[in-house]
Ligand binder design. Structure first.
Ligand SMILES: *Cc1c(COP(=O)(O)O)cnc(C)c1O
Length: 379
């Protein structure tokens, strides 16, 4: 089945009791049993809920994996993956990652004995030198946040396969419509469902997709033991959002490409970071592992100051200044003071997050309206 059909149908069946075409919202915490232990597959909604279950089946099908697990946020999903590790273990991460990912490793798990280091993964040839005796996991984001760096998933998977390390890919920016890391060799795919999968800025949720049965059992055990699971109404909203994922990602990508070209020609712009541009260093790799280049892009101003970036984002009207991304509406963000404020300035500058860097989540509005909004804000 093609993914354009899967987003609408995979894992979803008409309700057996009524024929309802939409998955019902099973707003219940518990389930009646015929005799102790004799039930219909559901005992308690932290462990499993029918609405969430359908969403997990749907997500697994989209990522071409056997299993899916949903969480109350993307960070709860990340937290569950890190619980696979023990004190003394080490994780090697790509340097340009979501600020919260950096924070959970450095501010939460380092204290509990889990070591992490952050290195530039764009040049795969020097990755092996950073793998330590105690390295158990490699964690990468591609395209990355906010620099839109591209990492060759297949090449990294060759290394992790050979060295028996777990490869975790945060696929939030691409979504399974644009990129499927499992067939390329990734072990665990992580999503902030809050972003493109939900797609309408009305749900906070996370997900993991994977093939390995043993890993799935461990993760499901930690999920149920620690309890960061999403509610049935959010699961329903997400199932509804995913139905238009293919259409939305097509338009997000088309609009972002046009805006990237427009900004590149603008006199006040210094650099534009978008993997769809031919001069982007990851363009070749992105073309081979992605269907289209997505809706996220970043740019810097020639006048590289916090003040000039503030002036631009304050003047935008159609683009709204807000954290988050991936909804139908266009958003602008200032990583240095917003999403990446928890990263020390030296670290931030090293990965390219300059003072004037502005990140756009290009929505699905009319392209002329978006372009005119940028034009008036920049002038
Ligand atoms: C937002 C985001 C997260 C965290 O997800 P939440 O749902 O906000 O907890 C993780 N990774 C990436 C790439 C993100 O954009």
């Amino acid at each position: 089945m093609d993914i354009k059909t899967k987003v609408i149908h995979a894992g979803i069946h008409p309700d057996s009791a009524t024929g309802a075409i939409m998955t019902p919202i099973y707003q219940t915490s518990t389930y009646v049993q015929d005799s102790p232990g004799k039930h219909k597959g559901y005992e308690y909604s932290r462990t499993q809920n029918p609405t969430r279950h359908v969403l997990e089946k749907n997500l697994a099908a989209l990522e071409n994996t056997k299993h899916g697990l949903c969480f109350s946020s993307g960070m709860a999903a990340a937290d569950c993956v890190i619980k696979l590790l023990s004190p003394g273990d080490h994780v090697l991460c790509s340097a340009d990652v979501y600020g919260g990912t950096y924070r959970i490793f450095k501010k939460v798990y380092e204290r509990l004995g889990i070591q992490s280091s952050f290195v530039d993964f764009q040049n795969q040839s020097n990755i092996e030198q950073y793998i330590q005796e105690n390295t158990k996991m490699i964690w990468i984001e591609t395209p990355s946040n906010p620099m839109l760096q591209i990492i060759d998933i297949k090449k990294i998977a060759q290394i992790t396969n050979q060295k028996k390390l777990l490869l975790v890919i945060d696929n939030t920016f691409a979504t399974p419509y644009l990129q499927q890391p499992a067939p390329l060799g990734a072990d665990i795919i992580l999503h902030s469902v809050t972003k493109y999968l939900g797609g309408h800025s009305d749900v906070v949720m996370g997900a993991l997709c994977l093939n390995d049965d043993g890993l799935y059992e461990s993760l499901a055990f930690y999920q149920n033991s620690c309890g960061a699971t999403p509610g049935p109404f959010d699961s329903f909203l997400t199932l509804r959002g995913i139905k238009t994922l293919a259409l939305r990602m097509e338009r997000h990508s088309e609009n972002a490409m046009k805006i990237a070209h427009y900004l590149q020609e603008h006199a006040k712009i210094d650099q534009v970071y978008y993997p769809g541009l031919k001069d982007h260093p990851g363009h070749q790799t992105a073309s081979s592992q992605m269907r289209l280049f997505g809706g996220m892009l970043s740019f810097t101003l020639k006048e590289d100051t916090l003040q000039s970036a503030f002036k631009v984002v304050e003047k935008l009207r159609v683009f709204k200044l807000a954290e988050s991304l991936g909804g139908v509406e266009s958003l602008a963000g200032h990583p240095a003071t917003m999403t990446h404020a928890s990263i020390p300035k030296e670290e931030r500058i090293k990965t390219g997050v300059k003072d004037s860097l502005i990140r756009l989540s290009v929505g699905i509005e009319d392209i002329e309206d978006l372009q005119q909004d940028l034009e008036q804000a920049l002038s």
